[in-house]
Design a protein. Sequence first.
Lengths: 799, 291
Amino acid sequence: MSVRTVRKTRGVVGESVRRVDGVPKVKGQFLFGSDLWAEGMLWGHTVRSPHPSARIRSIDISKALARPGVAAVLVAQDVPGKKTYGLEFADQPVLAWDRVRYAGEPVTILAAVDPETARRAASLINVDYEILPAVTDMEQALRPDAPKVHDFGNILRHIRIEHGRSAKADVWVEGYYETGMQDQAPLGPESGMAIPAEDGGVDLYVATQWLHVDREQIAPCLNLPLEKVRLHLAGVGGAFGAREDVSMQIHACMLALRTGRPVKMSYTREESFYGHVHRHPAHVWMRHGARRDGTLVYVYARLVLDGGAYASSSAAVIHNAATFAAGPYEVPNALIEATCVYTNNPPCGAMRSFGAVQAAIGYEAQMDKLAKALGMPPIQLRLKNVVSPGSVLPTGQVIRGSAPVRELIRRCAAIPLPPEEPAERRDPLSLPGGAGNVSRGERLKRGVGFAVGYKNIAYSGGFDDSAEARVRLFRGPGGAIAEVHSAAAEVGQGIHTVLVQIARTELGIEHVVLHPPDTNVGSAGSTSASRQTMMSGGAVQLACQAVKKDLFARVRRWAQAEGRTVPEPLTVEGGMVLAAGEPLAPIEEFLETPIEQTRVYHHRPTTPIDEKGQGEPHVSFGFAAERAVVEVDEELGLVRVVQIAAAQDVGRALNPQGVYGQIEGGTAQGLGFALMEEIQLKDGLIKNASFTDYLIPTILDMPPVVSELIEEPEPGVPFGAKGVGEMSTIVSTPAIVAALRSATGRELNRIPVRPDDLIGLSPPVTSPGPPPSPEVPGPEPIPKYVGLAAGQAILGGTE
Amino acid sequence: MKPAPFRYVAPRSVDETLALLAEHGAEGKILAGGQSLVPLLNMRLARPQVIVDINGIRSLAYIRRKDDHLHVGALTRQRAVEESATVRRQVPLLWEAIRFVGHPQIRTRGTVGGSLAHADPSAELPAVAAALDAELVVRSPSGERALSPGEFFAGYLTTALEPTDLLTEIRFPLLPERTGTAFVEVARRHGDFALVGVAAVVRRSDGTIAEARLAFTGVGPGPVRARGAEGRLAGSAGTSRVFADAAREAAARLDPESEIHATAQYRRDVAATLARRALELAWQRSGGRTR
Ligand SMILES: Cc1cc2nc3c(=O)[nH]c(=O)nc-3n(C[C@H](O)[C@H](O)[C@H](O)COP(=O)(O)OP(=O)(O)OC[C@H]3O[C@@H](n4cnc5c(N)ncnc54)[C@H](O)[C@@H]3O)c2cc1C
């Protein structure tokens, strides 16, 4: 056997490796879901309800069907199997049959030879609606006389967390906060293509976050066994939670199976706003009590979230809002009550840091109020109360992993503030409203705000979270090659690059390729909850270790056959097998036949919370802190965020550049929520379903983000790496709003903050007080009590 | 979306254009930079039978000084205006305002004539034309006429242009000595249409305001001149107080609408601030000191 010199494997864990999909994306060669194309394909189209609440009297599809070029028009009766679907509860009709519960609900679908024919045929479909009263206000939905969105009522889930007892405090502060409906605004619209297969099944290429959970929902509706519904990941143009729910998937499959032809569906921008869930609007009431020295003694939090017409992931969202309502602070006594209601608004579901975002906007404003009441610097108050390993949370859960929150705060606060240059010497673009030449710096107020926040990593509440991966090591022309097969959806966050880095690290080779993600391998779980690096990363690591074990067994067998003794331990590096650190032989020499192993990674089990909200609901936590510096033009209400200083608890940065990217992107999304992003609803109708009217920040709205990574490895997880995708979104909004409050002295208790609010044209929002707690059978989601569970338990790992 | 089917013609001269326009009447539509028309076509808010593409008529793109006016051909790209040292020197108000029109990509295609003919209620150039009392030169089969902004802008997305008319040139009067101008606007993001914009022109005679003009965009169906406030300013001393009062008076007379991006109240409120800032800036640029 030839012996080569060993050099370190490049592109491993810990390096800022170039993204595997970076070059094709930058060059415009990457194919997104909307680029799918097949010979002879048809275009699918959805007809949606224009009313937030109505009964369907009749549907006349005859004119549309008669139109040349139209291949099929389908209604609810055409759904081959189960008529409803849902991520957690099957409460959403594939196509509405008797009632529509939100404006935008799909009623009929059709397929035609081109999009224009489809659009025209759609306008020929006549749906006769009897308009019913709608409930579009979350607090109204709680009243006994409110119209019922579902037969079983308007409560989706109510959670009560009782911790400690009532307490005496020296200082009390109270607050009421409202947050608007944010949209994930992924640049790629919902898109996919279904291709009917000869075995009566279907292949669906789709831009999604979780192939297997889509399949779980699609197959029963098509009345097909799971194995006949094969999903393949199409290029995903951003997700942020918006692709966690099924959108066009079942519709495209139905049309393809009916017509026997490939059917593509790709939403227009306007339709996309109706075609995915949004961030829950929230009403939040809080009361905080502390001792004179700043020690928190009591937190009361009441949250109401608007879940819209269907459950989506609301049960998990309200769970997070409730369990994180007290923030990353030690508080001996707390009462937290959180209700998610059904309304006739568009459904809300997953969006980056769900629940934790709404809670943080409340608790961080409260911490600032408390600091003011105590005459204490806000950072000092936080340092005094933040959690650390061993801290007990309001659920009774003890923080077992790493929680370097004090260091996080100190490192964030230590980042130098931007210099205050005289306005006249600055580039006008760097001033508030600089885009409009309005300011030479007059009436400019600077403000600084700080926020700390946290959330769970991976799934919570007793869900058996798991991910599978298959790794195949084989001999290629230039040496050993590893192929990683994982169903983990790359949604732009960089998981594919991280999986490749992990395989390189474990197998000591640089040539790692990815098998396209599909359902021919087990579930990876969703690309959400900041979990893929931990879960699919863990699965790839386990599979690689199993492959390596086989490899070493082959080495030892070979040595035995040769009558040689090879010194242990065996390791791999730079494409070589090493024996006691000395190069033995290139890996490929042991790959006469490939080695393949499949492994499933589970995280430590969690438990659901009980009637008093007690349990061990979360497995691991990620913390973040941000400081925002803003400038406000006091007369015009225009804002410039001057700088964001960020510190994040990342466990270990597997790809530092990727981590910085996530911090910056999450910060931008939080900045958008603080200043401009809101779906404007009027009587259940979206008023700004376009990128002309739904504003998202551009690069010119973004300040420099100066980031610090706190690397304190999380015990018991692969490489000690924590998920990093969401935490900056939690803190950037409250940090910016705190800075706006400090600049203007105004209360600003509604997010997003509008120019009107900053110049006092509209007063702070007020509330007569929190609504009474609803009567519910227990802490579980109501759809569960009424038997609507979607039966996705097998995704938990038994598959 | 894609536009409804249309016929496409590309005339090579003004006369040919006029003939085509006359032939197709209300069914024809001029295509200049396409930055407003193409979105309308794609969204099928406009469905002309015939598109008359004037981009090939080079003679309609120029920036030329003639006597005491700057003549700008209707097909001159907004980017060319922005990059023109002549415009910057001779009609600084136009130069300052044009940079707020969308983004560089848009200005590279968009034309001066197209913006004026489109007459978006939030557009910058109509306010500039109004503040400068520009002349808008229109050719039709029956000849040529020059319209004042008051005659040209007829309401929301509406002008005095007939389907058979071609806007050929805009004549900006050069301003006398000791005149300062300023254009300021409020937009939520860089490149967005203005929520409110103000063009101000101030001519100074020592410490007094000899003449002032103020035109708003974004607060009415078209550009709005504040004649009352202008009258008040003329002959007054150039003090902060005077500018603030005039700005407030001008804003009080506005009747803006509420829509998704701004409430009527916000528009009126910031219109006063913007008008004051624009007047003060114009005054400073005329060489005056604010007291
Ligand atoms: C993203 C975006 C942002 C924008 N932001 C702004 C902004 O902030 N401010 C702003 O003012 N504008 C903005 N615009 C519009 C832009 O300025 C357009 O360029 C302008 O409104 C139209 O000019 P055009 O040359 O593209 O005309 P076209 O789109 O080709 O035509 C517009 C209309 O004018 C007519 N027309 C054109 N030329 C003539 C002529 N010579 N005679 C008679 N009729 C004619 C056409 O028939 C048509 O009805 C924006 C556009 C986009 C796409």
